[in-house]
Design a protein around this ligand. Sequence first.
Ligand SMILES: [Cu+2]
Length: 111
Amino acid sequence: MNRLPILVPAALVALAFALPASAATPTYNGTVGPGFTITLAKKPTKAGKVKLVVADKSSIHNFHLTGPGVNVKTSVSATGTKSFTVTLKKGTYRFVCDPHASVMKGSFTVK
Ligand SMILES: [Cu+2]
């Protein structure tokens, strides 16, 4: 009977140390619309797992990220926030709005 109160806190401490590992996935915020703009507030530079959170603010635009091992996009007609967890590798990544790719575009390089 005396052991249980010791074991439970130990399990909670173990959990507390385990959680920050997944919470540490870096997050990058992308925005498209409402005008003819597409942006990535901060650009990834290192390989590894990242979370991409896209605010799609227009029903005529989308956010489409492509590059080594990655091809994710929001829907053109849909709006709202969408999250993607992707693993970046060394190379160049490009993001565009598909219907307006010649003017709505950006890129970043992972080293
Ligand atoms: Cu567009």
